[in-house]
Design a binder for this molecule. Structure first.
Ligand code: NAD
Length: 262
């Protein structure tokens, strides 16, 4: 079968680890040139080298998605190196868990900055290239089941993930005439460093064991008690990126083993 992203350039944030890395890997297998955008140059390079060692094309760029100048410069460098930008996956994210009354303003602002400022800044930088190139584009935000649903201890995360749905809908409307689509992937729990870190934290905050956090908090509402996998999420990201028309835009897709059904 022909590669689904042949000739495309994808800029993926948070791509040195977890979900972003899995998406970048699959995009490269499908023929895209992939920009691994992450905080540390070394980690970004390692992920890019991993792709290159399997025959793909990738480059690592160091960027903090909350920093306007860094985002603009890294997108320019990537577009210059690879001949434009066709796909943005705005994926970088962190998690801080605690009750709402215990969040400092700084923690709240940090969470919103990474999720929302990062999504805005990368969208702005990439969409200019998509418009100028005149060949459309696909913008994908990594939302979460928490774009739809709330959980205890996650006030800024849930707020920001809901916000991404609003941004995607506006970008879908504005980008439509130029063939630029915007969609949100909403994964359930996936075993990445982001989740592994919060299992003991949630156990402490809720006064239950780590096994109970997994069974009774994270996977309780799924249809089969299973974690969502990196591959599950990457496949949805490929579907959004490769979709050929404006019919699929302004949407969100939940991939969560039935935890949330819409
Ligand atoms: P992860 O910790 O494995 O990877 C996140 C990556 O983002 C890291 O490489 C990190 O260095 C990078 N990053 C963090 N802050 C950054 C910044 N300011 N600028 C640039 N890069 C930055 O986590 P993950 O689980 O793969 O999470 C990726 C995305 O998926 C996040 O947006 C997260 O909210 C979302 N998500 C994760 C799950 C899950 O269960 N793991 C579920 C739903 C949504």
């Amino acid at each position: 079968m022909a590669q689904q992203l042949a000739g495309k350039v994808a800029y993926v944030t948070g791509a040195a680890s977890g979900i972003g890395k899995a998406i970048a890997d699959l995009y490269a297998q499908e023929g895209a040139k992939v920009v691994i955008a992450d905080l540390k140059q070394e980690a970004a390079n390692a992920a890019a080298q991993d792709i290159e060692s399997k025959g793909g094309t990738a480059m690592g760029v160091a960027v903090d998605v909350t920093q306007e100048a860094q985002v603009d410069a890294s997108v320019e460098a990537a577009a210059r190196a690879f001949g434009g930008i066709d796909i943005l996956v705005s994926n970088a994210g962190i998690q801080i868990v605690k009750p709402v009354q215990d969040f400092s303003l700084g923690e709240w602002q940090k969470m919103l900055a990474i999720q929302l400022d990062g999504a805005f800044l990368t969208t702005r930088a990439c969409i200019k290239h998509m418009y100028a190139q005149g060949r459309g584009g696909s913008i994908i935000y990594t939302g979460s089941v928490h774009s739809k649903e709330a959980s205890r201890l996650k006030a800024p995360y849930v707020t920001a993930k809901h916000g991404l749905e609003g941004l995607a809908k506006v970008v879908a409307k504005e980008g439509g005439p130029q063939g630029v689509r915007a969609n949100v992937i909403c994964p359930g729990y996936v075993r990445t460093p982001l989740v592994d870190k919060q299992i003991p934290e949630q156990a402490r905050e809720l006064g239950i064991s780590e096994e109970e956090v997994i069974k009774n908090v994270m996977l309780k509402e799924t249809v089969d008690g299973e974690f969502t996998t990196l591959d599950d999420v990457a496949r949805v990201a490929l579907f959004f990126a490769a979709f050929p028309t404006n019919a699929l835009t302004g949407q969100s897709m939940v991939v969560s083993h039935g935890w949330f059904m819409q």
